[in-house]
Design a protein around this ligand. Sequence first.
Ligand code: ZN
Length: 323
Amino acid sequence: MSKSLSDGSMNDNLPQAATEQHNFVLPFYLTGSDEETTPRIRGRITRLAGPVESILARHNYPDAVAEMTAEAMALAACLSTTLKFDGVFTLQAKGDGAVKTLFADVTNTGAMRAYAAFDDDSAQDMKQGLPAILPKMMGGGYMAFTVDQQATAQRYQGIVELDGPHLGDAAVAWFKNSEQLGASVLTAAQRTDAGWVASALMLQQIAADGGTGPALSSDEADDLWHTAMVLQSSAERGELLDVNLPLENLLYRLFNAMGPRTTEIRQISDQCRCSSDKVEAMLLGLGEDDVRSLADESGKLIVDCEFCKISRVYTEDQLAKLR
Ligand SMILES: [Zn+2]
């Protein structure tokens, strides 16, 4: 089901603005104009507040690291909804700069987790709101996009070098490698009085002859794509992060001329997938000697989840009973 944004659902809808929950991805597409119905460009927009704030609140990262982690979450949320899968989508960047690892994953039901690993001293010196420039924070490295299919245990992975200034650039390179079609991604994140807010706005070209309607000439397709990218680049950081501006209104403001139509939203939630069962299965898999070497002098073993920060404590007796 899709709905046209110019169907009167827009018009500064203040009550909606006040109550909009910032915990979803809004998929949309552009047809080129109100009269056209064939999707030519696929898009995703998100503004995440609640889930991003609650995840970052547990980690207490320096602001520049938190900002980058927040952007990674918004990007992963958008990307996860562009793929059909039943399992987990993971975005993982590895670098040799102050930030060593940036990790965000999202299940097909929208359960999201994230963490960052960084060099404490150099990360403290970095300022939030630059906005975080990737090469400065991460140095050289790569970004991996992974889809793990639960039912079949199949894994698909695409890897690209980190060579643009922003996190979204790696996603664009990935789309170009895998589909040979244009993609363009904006991300932004900021700490506000109400907590962390992160946003992403992505566009993806649909193959000129790949739609359901009449094929476009490559010049026509290029023109549409160019216009869409110009309109996307007019989005201001302040608009993307303004919690009082409903996403539908922002979409209409940006892409009014190109027949924007939204489809069903996809919820995103702060939800870890760790459990005592999984930890105990992992401990069993390690073998007795390894477990003993991880325990402290009294034989007690503490297992911390690096995502949700839950600590699970096992006494020597409890560990013995696991066997
Ligand atoms: Zn956890």
